[in-house]
Design a protein around this ligand. Structure first.
Ligand code: 13P
Length: 338
């Protein structure tokens, strides 16, 4: 298969009807935080046990088309010795890999951040391909206030995302481009819309400049919402309308799919919002989910590190995956939560 055919096949597998992507690529410090909340120590074996459990969920492939793994997980094995990326692939779930090296302060831009990890990326990707990865993820983070993000931060992160995406496509790996405008802060939903529009505009301008094929990438944006400390939280219909409006203004129709992050929304909020977004009507792209916390929180609560709870944890994951699968088609009903 040529790189172009490989990219096309991966995209087609990821955007299959009724499905979304499970983000299980928490970095070392992040998974330690999630485990601490359920009283589990973050050892390599506990991380392996937990992520094996997620992947072994019976029937998960009915609602999940891809899973984003962390580098460590790509090399880990299930209890029977099968490499975890192969467990995913056997279930019909495409394995992917987080490839950015995290965020640091952006020099000379107080309050802004930049994502690092470009050096040597092509070589790393070739290795990840060998291990079974077919798509990748890079997350850029934008802090929001009256003055942030600066124009410099918008431009620098767009450039890094575009370089990353171009290197991925050059290696036959589908890039998921993730510009995340954070939920933190006291800003209005209008301010979030303004920032998200500027960010996405710059990202697609840079992607185009770096010759990235829009047909062979996916976008993973945040939804347009009010800051979590703002006294007036926008209603569901307003979040959906503002989100779709910004996306329609900035995302080319050639992009096959938009897979939202949950970003700190509760599991139910994330499902309700995705459903409302899809109910607005047909759009040029698939509008689906690539949730981390909103898919995994209930599973982690059920698991709490006890092998005896594995089945309950898998049931909890499957339930959220199924409900988001419905929301992805605008078919979710609150009664389905029971
Ligand atoms: P959340 O859905 O928890 O925001 O995680 C998605 C993700 O991959 C963040 O990079």
């Amino acid at each position: 298969m040529s790189h172009s055919e490989q990219l096309q096949a991966t995209v087609a597998a990821l955007v299959r009807p009724g499905r979304g992507i499970l983000a299980a690529d928490e970095s070392g410090p992040t998974i330690a935080k999630r485990f601490k909340a359920i009283g589990v120590e973050s050892t390599e074996e506990n991380r392996r046990a937990y992520r094996s459990l997620l992947l072994a969920t019976p029937g998960l492939d009915a609602y999940i088309s891809g899973i984003i793994l962390y580098e460590e997980t790509l090399a880990q094995r299930a209890d029977d010795g099968t490499p975890l990326p192969e467990v995913a692939a056997r279930h019909g779930i495409v394995p992917g890999i987080k490839v950015d090296a995290g965020k640091i302060p952006l020099a000379l831009a107080p309050g802004d951040e930049i994502t690092q990890g470009l050096d040597g990326l092509g070589k790393r990707l070739a290795g990840y391909r060998e291990q079974g990865a077919r798509f990748a993820k890079w997350r850029a983070v934008y802090n929001i206030s009256d003055t942030l993000p600066s124009r410099l931060a918008i431009k620098a992160n767009a450039h890094a995302l575009a370089r990353y995406a171009a290197i991925c496509q050059d290696e036959g790996i589908v890039p998921i481009v993730e510009p995340e405008v954070l939920l933190d802060g006291g800003h209005t939903i209008e301010r979030c819309a303004e920032v998200t529009e500027a960010v996405l505009h710059a990202v697609f301008h840079a992607l185009s400049g770096h010759r990235v094929a829009f047909e062979h990438m996916l976008l993973k944006p945040s939804m347009v919402v009010a800051g979590k400390d703002h006294p007036r939280q926008a209603g569901v219909a307003e979040v959906a309308a503002q989100t779709v409006r910004v996306l329609r203004r900035t995302v080319p129709a050639a992009v096959p799919g938009i897979f939202f992050l949950s970003g700190g929304q509760t599991p139910v909020e994330a499902t309700v919002h995705l459903d409302a977004i899809n109910r607005i009507g047909p759009q040029p792209w698939v509008l689906s989910f690539s949730y981390g916390r909103a898919l995994q929180e209930p599973a982690q609560q059920a698991w709490r590190g006890q092998p005896g709870n594995a089945r309950a944890a898998q049931d909890a994951l499957l339930t959220r995956a199924r409900l988001n699968g419905a929301a992805r088609d605008g078919r979710y009903e609150a009664a389905m939560e029971k």
